[in-house]
Write a protein that binds this ligand. Structure first.
Ligand SMILES: Nc1nc2c(ncn2[C@@H]2O[C@H](COP(=O)(O)OP(=O)(O)OP(=O)(O)O)[C@@H](O)[C@H]2O)c(=O)[nH]1
Ligand SMILES: [Mg+2]
Length: 316
């Protein structure tokens, strides 16, 4: 009996903002490696998320959504995403099955045509597609035969022609539907190779990064319009208390304008309290200990367009 080879490699997860890339990556690795929100442009950095199995190690590279940058931060984000495309073994092009294809989807599909690696079309949010009202549109026979649900087949049909994809999948990162088949397709395309990361690693990012992101996620969930996009979070201190199951975390929430400080703090500090409580629960889950979280709010005027400020806030 011949032994199965161990496969390993890098899988870039690419798409426009808000299509569900980070949700998908978290689901695959079974941990919260990347924060998620219903606001576009949630992810700002490239994040490696590692899934280790007996027969394979898959390193998913979550990326910021590709969009048209309006400031230096946006340029950094799209550069992070584009730089992930060369040198990977597989590209997952994630689209929102319930919305599109948009001009941005077409633009990305064209760019991906030049990727050296096979590009898999991942039509996400099929739970929303299947639940839609109205009569489904017609889909080509090969898709109608493969996808039991006529609405899902019609959604896939809209995207299938954007490029010459190596394969096509309809999934829901929210419910898990279609993810097993997608994962097996990905693993089969990886070369034989070593383990790049230890077995118990979920991400290459340090605890400070995840903690800052968990705090920013709560800001995203609790604020609207320009405020969520104007926020950056830096962990200033992470210190276990000697002899106790307690970690002190001090972090600063940066905003772009003095007026935004009031929004984050809220009446009588109520908003900051809500953000802090929710973030603390997540951080306690991550660290596996009790956490004392101290949050500060500071204005750093126009930081999204200033090279120096971006550097200070970790966008290097
Ligand atoms: N119904 C449904 N919602 C989903 C699914 N996948 C993601 N979402 C939601 O879509 C929104 C965006 O998800 P994210 O994972 O943050 O999307 P993203 O592509 O990483 O977004 P950016 O980081 O901004 O590029 C969130 O509200 C998710 O809960 C899905 O399969 N079904
Ligand atoms: Mg994301």
């Amino acid at each position: 009996m011949s032994e199965q080879p161990f496969r390993s490699g890098f899988v870039a997860v690419i798409g426009r903002p808000n299509v569900g890339k980070s949700t998908l990556v978290n689901r695959f690795v079974g941990a919260k490696v990347a924060i998620v929100s219903d606001k576009p442009q949630t992810t700002r950095h490239r994040i490696h998320a590692v899934l280790t199995r007996d027969d394979a190690q898959i390193v998913f590279v979550d990326t910021p959504g590709l969009h048209k940058p309006r400031h230096r931060l946006g340029e950094y984000m799209t550069q992070q995403a584009r730089a992930a495309i060369p040198d990977v073994d597989v590209v997952l092009f994630v689209v929102d099955g319930a919305d599109g294809p948009t001009g941005r989807d077409r633009w990305i599909a064209e760019r991906l045509a030049e990727a050296g690696a096979p590009v898999l079309l991942v039509v996400n949010k099929v739970d929303l597609v299947a639940a839609a009202d109205g009569a489904p549109e017609d889909a080509p026979d090969h898709l109608a035969a493969r996808f039991g649900d006529a609405r899902v087949a019609a959604a896939v049909a809209k995207f299938e022609g954007l490029a010459a994809f190596a394969s096509v999948h309809a999934v829901s990162a929210a419910t898990g539907e279609g993810l097993e088949a997608l994962l097996e397709d990905v693993v089969a395309r990886l070369p034989e190779g070593p383990k790049y990361f230890p077995d118990d690693w979920a991400t290459d990012r340090p605890e400070e990064f995840l903690i800052a992101e968990f705090i920013r996620e709560q800001v995203l969930h609790n604020t609207e319009q320009e405020v969520p996009h104007s926020v950056a979070v830096v962990v200033d201190e992470l210190r276990p208390r000697p002899g106790r199951d307690l970690v002190d975390v001090r972090a600063t929430i940066y905003v772009e304008r003095e007026s935004q400080k009031g929004i984050i703090i809220g009446r009588g500090g109520s908003m900051l309290k809500r953000i802090g409580q929710a973030a603390r629960m997540e951080i306690e889950g991550l660290l596996g200990s009790q956490v004392h979280l101290e949050l500060w709010v500071k204005a750093k005027p126009g930081w999204r367009d200033r090279a120096g400020s971006l550097q200070e806030l970790g966008f290097r």
